[in-house]
Design a protein around this ligand. Structure first.
Ligand code: FES
Length: 315
């Protein structure tokens, strides 16, 4: 869990398997501490054996009787999803973090144009439930594989304006028209694999959408490159740490006893962000914007490295 989060113990109250590779878990408090409401688009970190994975909450943000998450089995992932698929049974206890607002709907939007692919639809399920109550205007465009639509039942919400697409190409064919038809005050939010997000956002930019109306959450990260060795100087603790090729800055710093938080280890979540005081980072993450990368004063320690011999960090 991140430094400030007090872990919660929950019991698995229900398990559904809507498709062969998706498991939906219903979690209830296993202690006298009640669950808290959450902002739409929030996620929780779940302790999955040795790993911690983040999952979007898919239920009603005001429902404090239970949390629900949908877990896609990632065969070549770090093992967190396999643990939740293969090891967890009804009645088991799990440790989770409190909900963290990671991808809240833009408050300024007059209309929400939501585009999701695959398991990337999960944050929008809590949006849709919140919008059904507040009456916020939205449309959801959801790409999934043929006969692999694990959330078909969940999308039948009152007022839901949902259009489904089988395969990425069918969305790509409709996308220019969707983007051009959006009215004043529409904000675009996209969630799914990075390539799909980049495709949608790049097209929106070329069709005149300003950055402040574009929002995204990436579900698949990057592999850290082995890279050249370098040295990290920690300004606050005074330590000098050697980072060999094949070891991440995050692992080397944590190995030296510094409690640097992390979550995805794939350059996506932003948990391992560190301020750079001197030296030039070699950015490999998907979290920082191009402007932040160019400024060079932040580094994502899980995947990024150094352009030269040394980075001085605010640690
Ligand atoms: S741990 Fe998620 S970006 Fe580094």
């Amino acid at each position: 869990m991140t430094a400030a989060a007090v872990p919660l113990t929950v019991a698995v109250a229900g398990i559904e398997e809507p498709t062969s590779d998706v498991r939906t878990l219903r979690l209830v408090s296993a202690t006298s501490a009640p669950l808290s409401p959450f902002a739409p688009g929030s996620n929780i970190e779940v302790q999955c054996g040795e790993r911690r994975n983040a999952y979007s909450l898919i239920g009603d943000p005001r429902d404090t009787s239970q949390y629900a998450i949908s877990v896609l089995r990632v065969a070549d992932g770090s093992g967190g999803s396999r643990f939740l698929h293969d090891e967890v049974r009804r009645g088991d206890l799990l440790t989770i973090s409190p909900p963290k607002s990671a991808f809240a709907p833009p408050a300024a939007a007059r209309h929400h144009l939501l585009i999701a692919a695959g398991i990337g639809v999960t944050p929008f399920l809590s949006y849709a439930r919140a919008f059904a109550r507040t009456g916020a205007s939205y449309e959801l465009h959801y790409v999934h594989r043929a006969r692999q639509d694990p959330h078909a039942g969940l999308l039948g919400l009152p007022g839901a304006a949902v259009r489904r697409y089988v395969g990425r190409e069918s969305l790509a064919a409709s996308l220019p028209e969707l983007l051009d038809a959006a009215g004043v005050g529409t904000h675009l939010s996209v969630c799914g694999p990075p390539a799909m997000i980049d495709e949608v956002l790049d097209l929106a930019r070329t069709r005149g959408w300003p950055e402040h109306r574009l929002h995204s959450e990436r579900f698949v990260g990057v592999e850290a490159p082995a890279g050249e060795p370098f040295t990290a100087r920690l300004a606050r603790s005074g330590q000098t740490i050697a980072i060999p090729s094949g070891t991440s800055l995050l692992d080397a710093v944590r190995g030296a006893g510094v409690d640097l938080p992390y979550l995805c280890r794939q350059g996506v979540c932003g948990e391992c962000k560190v301020r750079v005081l001197a030296g030039t980072p070699a950015h490999h993450d998907l979290h920082l914007t191009s402007a932040q990368k160019a400024a060079g004063d932040l580094v994502m320690a899980c995947v990024s490295r150094c352009e030269g011999d040394e980075l001085e960090l605010d640690l």
